[in-house]
Design a protein around this ligand. Structure first.
Ligand SMILES: Cc1cc2nc3c(=O)[nH]c(=O)nc-3n(C[C@H](O)[C@H](O)[C@H](O)COP(=O)(O)O)c2cc1C
Length: 211
């Protein structure tokens, strides 16, 4: 991929691979990290309630602390940062703020706003814990993918990580109880490319009209 021209989306998608070796001398500037996160948060979410929260861990000492919690995965120490993707289990409490912003922007009427606020405060708030967790996990997955593609489009690489001790992570990093730790994403400048991976043939995974 040329650094002079912006890659198109197909190229970004095809060239993204999980990278496990990073150049430790490259620190992604905070402003660029914010741009990546700003693009990521354009991802869709259930009722646009945006349950995701991020902790960007870019302090070397904290990455050292994270290393054993993340099963000693080497890339945790080499990456520019590790982004902890969290879900706020009380995310629906921001419904009023979100829908008021929508109304003020002229994107919904007062009546529709009230309908959505009611849904957030009465339906979402009273869902079973397992349903809440499922919504959080789906939305956090979508945002994580968007984040990884945004990073790749800017010449950075990532690896999503589920291989870490979530209990230890929330304990050691003092994550408040109402956050659910969904995944970690290491991000940085690749020192060597990700290894190629295969995909099942499309006909094994995609079906038309019935399965
Ligand atoms: C939810 C999830 C958890 C993962 N956990 C890890 C992990 O802990 N360590 C790791 O090196 N890769 C991890 N991976 C990366 C996968 O191994 C990788 O995405 C898969 O092999 C396909 O390769 P690709 O990403 O290069 O296309 C994880 C991927 C996902 C989606």
């Amino acid at each position: 991929m040329s650094i002079l021209t912006k890659p198109d989306l197909q190229t970004v998608i095809r060239e993204r691979h999980s990278v496990r070796h990073y150049d430790p001398s490259v620190k992604i500037p905070r402003q660029e990290m914010e741009e990546i996160l700003s693009e990521a948060i354009l991802a869709p979410s259930s009722s646009n309630l945006q349950p995701w929260r991020f902790v960007v861990i870019d302090d070397a000492e904290l990455l050292k602390k994270l290393h054993p919690i993340a099963n000693n995965q080497e890339h945790v120490l080499q990456a520019s940062a590790v982004i902890a993707v969290l879900g706020d289990m009380k995310w629906y409490e921001k419904g009023r703020q979100i829908y008021t912003m929508s109304e003020e922007a002229g994107y919904m009427t007062e009546e529709i706003k009230q309908y959505f606020i009611n849904s957030a405060e009465n339906i979402y708030a009273n869902m079973d814990q397992s349903v809440k967790e499922s919504i959080i996990d789906v939305d956090a997955g979508l945002i994580s993918m968007q984040l990884m593609l945004s990073a790749r489009a800017r010449g950075y690489d990532t690896v999503p990580m589920g291989g870490y001790n979530k209990v230890k992570f929330v304990e050691e990093f003092k994550i408040p109880e109402h956050y659910r730790s969904v995944m970690l994403i290491a991000i940085g400048k690749a020192a060597s490319p990700g290894r190629p991976t295969v995909r099942l043939p499309l006909e094994d995974v995609a079906f038309w009209n019935e399965i």
